[in-house]
Design a protein around this ligand. Sequence first.
Ligand code: MN3
Length: 240
Amino acid sequence: MNRKDFFKTSTILGAATLLPPNSVFANNLVESGIDKLVDADGNFFHQPLPYSENFLEPFMDEETLHLHYTFHHGGAVKAANKDLSMIKKAMDENSLDTIDFWTKKLSFHLSSHILHSIFWTNLTNKKSDPSGELLRRIERDFGSFDRLKTYLAKISKDVDGNGWGILGYQPYTDKLTVLGCENHEKLTQWGVIPLLVIDVWEHSYYLKFRNRRSEFVDNLFQIINWDNVADRLAMALKIQ
Ligand code: MN3
């Protein structure tokens, strides 16, 4: 192991040791404490699910999870790599006519990759509740856990078209904040670090819940891994 690798490993361990030993999040972190999205060559890769495809049954059915993870998330990873290569090609050839197209596509596909990577770790198959610093900040910034749930559920249900309901940490204000994101990248605030993301694209619920997005969102609140959200907040506070 050379010095650089040693330093890298040490800092990864440093970030991960802040997290409980059974944390699914700690297994796929980079040294700064965010999700690992790229391989050693800088290409985006599709990290494995942190559980089997039937783990979230009956709250999320196996077929939906399989299609969602494999083709929707997986497709975004492939597309983001293509976008990057097309941007590089355009710059190498000094042929910039379509570079705005690929730049816009990268924003869409990479945002999809980031949010899906977080989404899988945000879910579990048993009920949990926030505690500690996360609960303290929820109560400070929203009044109570119930008030946050009501707010985040409403925002998620009411996203226009496809998108995400998001609970994030906003470092500029040192507060938790809620976003109703359209597609994967619209209606954010610069700087927000996503902690909990609710995928309300139709592909995440249509097989089982048909048109009943509201029911899907209420159902999803049963299986949120609040320990993972707390881990993500701890990392966000560390890396800001
Ligand atoms: Mn999705």
